[in-house]
Design a protein around this ligand. Sequence first.
Ligand code: CP
Length: 315
Amino acid sequence: MKLFSSVNDVTDLNQMVQLALEQKKSPYAHQELGKNKTIGLVFLNPSLRTRMSTQKAALNLGMNVMVLNMDKEGWALELQDGVVMNGTTVEHIREAAAVLGQYCDIIGIRSFPGLKDRDEDYSEMVFNKFVKFCGVPVVSLESATRHPLQSLADLVTIEELKTRPRPKVVLTWAPHVKALPQAVPNSFAEWMCKADVDFVITHPKGLELNTAFTQGATITHNQDEALQDADFVYVKNWSAYEPYGQVVEVSEDWLLTNDRLKITNDAKVMHCLPVRRDLELSSEILDGPSSVVVHEAGNRVWAAQAVLKTMLESL
Ligand code: CP
């Protein structure tokens, strides 16, 4: 595997989930694989889970790890070609990515969308330029439109905790005060549409995701209808795809509570974190027995380790 940017980069989904679970059982079984290999984790945006879990995964595999907070510690990057760099940008992404490729065997990159220009964000300009110019395998640490390491960890969590062979999984929109990217719900939808689950998406009108990510999902604007008999409820806010990046005013109450969970099949509640308590998800759920958010975050290590192991084997 030379690239991990979406579910389409995984040949066999079930095999990848099983590989992650094997890593969880025997975290240090492949320490020789990463010996004298270096991963560079490049962050253009903040992170807690992705940063620490990917570092931990790489260390478990015996790799050296370097982290660059490029937004704060690197030179200001120029992304466009054909510009005279007489403004605030100091280094072009062509040289920056190519130089990082000299120091690293694998590169991880996080690059959020600007949420201003939909075409630019959905073209994955920054991520794709890194892939093009660095010359080494690349793993997405969350790009403008997808968060595949999160989605793999989510699928691993569902596989571990499901109580019937084909569980019902619901992705529900949740309130927020800020415009958030569509990367997590896009990615979750894309993975769930390929997994062996009954997948339902529920959101208020006006918050439709890009249909390229939701093929095969049942979509409803009625949250109660969606929650009926659900085994897993994945809570996430996202901003509008159309008009792009806008916070849509929603008059109904979409905050998930214990009362609303009563119609589910004793559903486990998931969230990628970070979560704003009592805005996006209620404290009573987060502090109660239904929440699996910490377990889910723990699985980020094994998802990353499965991907890095597969990449190391192809070097
Ligand atoms: N879920 C997730 O990606 O968390 P971080 O943004 O903290 O990495």
